[in-house]
Ligand binder design. Structure first.
Ligand code: ZN
Ligand code: ZN
Length: 266
């Protein structure tokens, strides 16, 4: 990150546009802001609590929930390692050694689980990282194109720095963009990575009466997004806390028009 920041500000922007020009200064400020947001959300992601199953949780195999959820592997809701029942959408993380509410995955980059309480901050880390990488990539391509067009006599070190930066930046941007788009797709369908992998479907499809692709927690794109990122759309890109409930109960497609989504407490 430090190398990318130095290379973009001093090797690309300064040598191409000049930090004393308006365009150069604007790009330097924008890139610095995006880098700062990436670092801020990254630190918040590391320190965040994904949400764990409370000790007092004893909602033994709630039949209402079992009616909604069908899984390919028929996974039990009792965790042998924690010796307790876990709510729907919770899973045991073998790295954290505890059950995580609405677990998505264990992120090695954050060294933390991504779950009910920190999914938004995880998405924001990826989003700001993508924005930073895309900005750096555009600057790098434009700078290289201008140098090529004007046949500027640049030093060998400048060219090597450009090539090194590009060789690291392009694959990183591509991977992060794909990861971001994948999680936006999951968020729009209110689905976790684990649920996608396990093929969680609405229970009624097992009886052949439902859409075979229907996810029990998919309440529509806008509603799903609001549940995960907050009701106020202006705060969707801000690393603010979301009041998305206890994570012990989740509204499903079979709950009709109940307004209290996952906010219902045990
Ligand atoms: Zn467990
Ligand atoms: Zn974990």
């Amino acid at each position: 990150m430090i190398y990318f920041y130095y290379a973009t500000i001093f090797e690309t922007i300064d040598k191409w546009l000049g930090l004393d020009s308006i365009v150069g200064f604007f790009n330097a400020v924008l890139f610095s802001l995006l880098t700062a947001m990436t670092m801020l959300t990254y630190i918040m992601g590391i320190m965040s609590d994904p949400g764990t199953v409370p000790l007092r949780y004893k909602d033994l195999e709630n039949p209402d929930i079992s009616l909604h959820e069908g899984k390919k592997n028929g996974e039990s809701r009792f965790c042998m390692k924690c010796s307790r029942y876990r709510p729907p959408r919770a899973h045991h993380c073998s790295i954290c050694n505890k059950c995580i509410l609405r677990m998505d995955h264990h992120c090695i980059w954050l060294s933390n689980c991504v779950g009910h309480r920190n999914y938004k901050i995880f998405i924001l880390v990826v989003m700001y990282a993508v924005a930073t990488c895309c900005h750096a990539t555009i600057l790098l391509i434009c700078a290289a194109r201008d140098v090529f067009k004007t046949q500027q006599q640049t030093g060998e070190a400048y060219k090597i720095s450009h090539i090194t930066c590009g060789a690291l930046l392009f694959p990183l941007t591509l991977v992060l963009t794909m990861l971001f788009l994948w999680h936006i797709y999951l968020a729009l369908h209110n689905k976790t990575t684990i649920e996608h992998a396990q093929g969680v479907r609405e229970r009624s499809l097992l009886d052949g009466v439902a859409d075979a692709h229907r996810h029990p927690y998919d309440l529509g794109a806008y509603e799903n997004f609001s549940l995960l990122f907050g009701r106020n759309a202006a705060c969707w890109i801000c690393p603010t806390k979301v009041d998305n409930g206890s994570g012990l109960h989740f509204r499903t497609t079979l709950d009709g028009t109940n307004s209290a989504s996952s906010s219902s407490s045990m």
